[in-house]
Write a protein that binds this ligand. Structure first.
Ligand code: UT7
Length: 320
């Protein structure tokens, strides 16, 4: 028994912010941002929330899959920027979409989160605990950004992507995932301080902080490594892979991974020019775009790979 993706959806906030818009608030310019990252614009939430984006993407994925609310028995949302510590985003999605037969919880693995959620669902399905699941990556990172820090504020965007997955005989073929907490300080965003009647020392609110070059080096080394691992473990020739659907952090990272794998960059679809880095949402948003454009045909083999804070990483080989 494995896990098959049978429907996709995505939701982006209405507000589009271009590189030129950002150049009005920090010392940057379109040329620097687009040449160093490939990003030209991103969507930022105004009236939308993490859970409203998650629910909109989930609804679309269920419509695409032709699955009704009573069929979903598990909701897993990957996010590191939820509306609340609790209830979880997954519980809010359950309420919003009326998925009352489903267990619901969030996972936190930053930009690797969607794949960790997918692998978790695989484990549930493989042990007979779930038959039809809704898996969502949803982020509103804009609220975690220091908008005076040009090194990070130009990179991120808000949005959500979702898939419906079913227990089936084909689908996920192999996956790997890992973490290296010793490199955790490369990319951080602290929660609020522990303040209580016995400890009054509050730290100032923290925002996303990143050692960009360290994360860049990690990504261009670890991503090809875990993709090779997933292919080797499944005895799959890399030439069989139609697309490599990677976390959308930086077009230079994707080009470098393509080069290291000796694959044409055309096999690495990108939407970061329009969406920026949407963390856990980036892979399912891209997957939904590809699905709607008819790029994915039955039996196509694709590899997805995510990487980010933790540091964490993962790769999934699946048959569409
Ligand atoms: O999804 C989570 C995973 N995150 C990532 O994968 C991010 C990985 N890292 C990266 O994508 C890149 O490291 C960045 C895009 C973040 C930065 O690119 P870089 O080529 O590593 O630039 P840098 O940080 O070395 O900065 C080069 C210069 C610096 O100026 P000096 O010291 O050379 O004078 C920066 O101050 O560019 C400057 N700079 C900027 N200039 C204009 C940094 N940010 C900006 C900016 N606009 N927005």
């Amino acid at each position: 028994m494995t896990t098959r993706i049978i429907g996709t959806g995505s939701a982006l906030p209405k507000e589009i912010v271009t590189n030129d818009n950002l150049a009005k608030i920090v010392d940057t310019n379109d040329e620097w941002i687009s040449s160093r990252t490939g990003i030209r614009e991103r969507h930022l939430a105004k009236e939308e929330t993490c859970s409203s984006l998650a629910a909109a993407a989930g609804k679309m994925a269920m419509e695409d899959a032709g699955v009704g609310p009573e069929e979903i028995d598990l909701i897993v949302v990957a996010t590191c920027s939820p509306d609340s510590n609790f209830p979880s985003t997954a519980c809010k999605v359950q309420e919003s979409l009326g998925l009352y037969h489903a267990a619901a919880f969030d996972v936190s693995a930053a930009c690797s989160g969607f794949l960790v959620a997918l692998h978790t669902v695989y484990a549930y399905m493989n042990s007979g605990l779930s038959k039809t699941a809704l898996i969502i990556g949803a982020e509103t990172l804009s609220k975690l950004i220091d908008w005076t820090d040009r090194g990070t504020c130009v990179l991120f965007g808000d949005g959500a992507g979702a898939v419906v997955a079913k227990a089936d005989d084909t689908g996920i073929i192999q996956f790997v995932q890992g973490a290296d907490g010793s490199m955790g300080q490369c990319l951080t965003c602290d929660e609020r301080s522990i303040v209580n009647p016995f400890n009054q020392e509050a730290k100032p609110t923290d925002y996303i902080s990143m050692d960009g070059q360290a994360v860049f080096k990690f990504a261009v080394t670890k991503v090809p490594e875990c993709i090779r691992q997933v292919l080797e473990e499944s005895h799959t020739d890399i030439e069989e892979i139609k697309y490599f659907v990677l976390h959308q952090a930086n077009s230079r990272i994707l080009s470098s991974v393509a080069k290291r794998l000796k694959m044409p960059v055309e096999k690495f679809p990108m939407n970061l020019d329009r969406c920026g880095n949407t963390s856990a949402a980036s892979i399912p948003i891209l997957l939904d775009e590809m699905n709607r454009q008819g790029m994915l045909k039955k039996n196509d083999k694709i590899v997805m790979s995510g990487f980010g804070a933790g540091l964490t990483w993962g790769a999934t080989l699946l048959e569409w």
